[in-house]
Design a protein around this ligand. Structure first.
Ligand code: GDP
Ligand code: MN
Length: 388
């Protein structure tokens, strides 16, 4: 769950970082008022849960309330990064000396938090990482020890900051780490974290992502956020999936995928691309397959791009015949007309295969590769068929 910038800054401020004074506004008149109250120059920014707003023209330094209202006039009702702009923040402009990049995130390779810092902030950090990786300093943190002043100092040792700079940036990093830990975030990113001309370290932007699995546990925190918990993001179908308690992500391909377990589902998506196809969704059903197969299949078929279906089950503790029975029931109920390729392995596979064969009259594939190839080919043939 991605927080809006102003919500992220609320958490940063609470964790002891400095953020600019600002106001959230939702009308043109409020934008002009806020600019007058705060005192120009101010920075106006669209509040949408996405980055690269600067490049999209959604961040502007303005020098009068009239300019703030012109900017607001232009932004309200428009879209930035696919999101409607309904709020802006108007905040005091910082007198920037240097712009840095700082982040704490879940690192798959060290299986723990990773703290990143670069003196090359403000711009595209991916580009910095690609062209000059030596300028991105990183440290994997042992969660039992956390990040203290010494850890932060070690991270900053290779930078060109002076002693005062290292101390104040170091303490910002320690606070950032504490926020990451206390709020169950998977990412806290400040780009830019700036050093102002008078020597203070200020967070000018905030990207905070709460780990989706922790959303129920962090309910109190989310309710405390200015503006309340962020609206659920995603497509209408994804919203329906959430309401059903299913992890459903809509993708832009045409092969519908039903698989059990996140790992096998990801693998199925990869194998679909390997054979030149493109998956229409991520949907993990697994243990829920028996009870949730019908709504799950309905969800997959509601995507108008879906031209074929791949059902890939693999069971160890989970019985594939139970999952398969759920899906066979769903298919009998919904009667989809598109081609379906099954591949089933593991506990209960003989019973599962017999079920598919007898009740649907379909022969499951012995090899996953063959099933995926068939589903990809069926989708591509459907694409080339003339539509009436
Ligand atoms: P993003 O493009 O969505 O990441 O939006 P940011 O909030 O990071 O703003 C983009 C850029 O605008 C920053 O990298 C800064 O260079 C600039 N900017 C943001 N706030 C201020 C400010 O208070 N003063 C000045 N001079 N520039 C700012
Ligand atoms: Mn930014």
């Amino acid at each position: 769950m991605n927080l809006l910038e102003h919500q992220g800054k609320f958490l940063l401020a609470r964790a002891g970082l400095r953020v600019p004074q600002g106001k959230v506004v939702s009308t043109v008149a409020e934008a002009a008022d806020a600019a007058a109250t705060i005192g120009c120059p101010v920075v106006c920014k669209a509040q949408v849960p996405t980055g690269k707003r600067g490049k999209a023209g959604a961040v502007q330094l303005v020098s009068s309330p009239e300019e703030a209202s012109d900017f607001a006039e232009r932004l309200f009702g428009s879209q930035v990064g696919g999101f409607d702009v309904v709020e802006l923040i108007v905040e005091e402009a910082a007198d920037i000396d240097r712009e840095f990049y700082a982040a704490v995130l879940d690192d798959p390779s060290s299986k723990g938090p990773l703290v990143l810092f670069s003196t090359e902030g403000g711009m595209d950090i991916e580009e910095v990482n690609e062209k000059t990786p030596e300028l991105v300093h990183r440290v994997a943190v042992d969660v039992r020890a956390g990040l203290d002043d010494e850890g932060a100092a070690a991270l900053l040792a290779g930078t060109d900051l002076d002693e005062a700079g290292k101390a104040s940036v170091g303490s910002a990093l320690v606070n950032l780490y504490a926020l990451y830990r206390d709020c169950d975030t998977s990412l806290v990113e400040v780009n830019p974290l700036v050093l102002t001309k008078d020597g203070s370290v200020v967070a000018l932007d905030a990207k905070v992502t709460i780990d989706p699995g922790s959303v129920p546990r962090q309910a109190a925190l989310l309710n405390e956020l200015p503006g309340g918990p962020p609206a659920e993001q995603g497509t209408d179908l994804e919203g329906r999936g959430r309401d059903l308690g299913l992890q459903f992500i809509e993708l832009d391909g045409d092969v519908g995928v039903l698989a059990n377990g996140a790992g096998l589902t990801m693998t199925s998506l990869d194998v679909v691309s390997h054979f030149g196809g493109s998956a229409a969704n991520f949907l993990e059903i697994g243990g829920d397959a028996y009870t949730k197969a019908t709504p799950a299949l309905e969800l997959v078929l509601s995507n108008p791009r879906v031209k074929s279906l791949l059902v890939n089950f693999c069971g160890a503790f989970a019985r594939t015949d139970v999952m398969t029975e759920g899906v066979v029931n769903a298919i009998e109920e919904l009667k989809p007309t598109l081609p379906i390729a099954f591949t089933i392995h593991g506990t209960g596979e003989d019973e599962a295969i017999a079920l598919v064969r007898e009740r649907l009259g379909v022969e499951p594939y012995d090899l996953m590769d063959d099933a995926v190839r068939a589903a990809v080919q069926a989708a591509s043939e459907a694409m080339t068929e003339p539509t009436s």
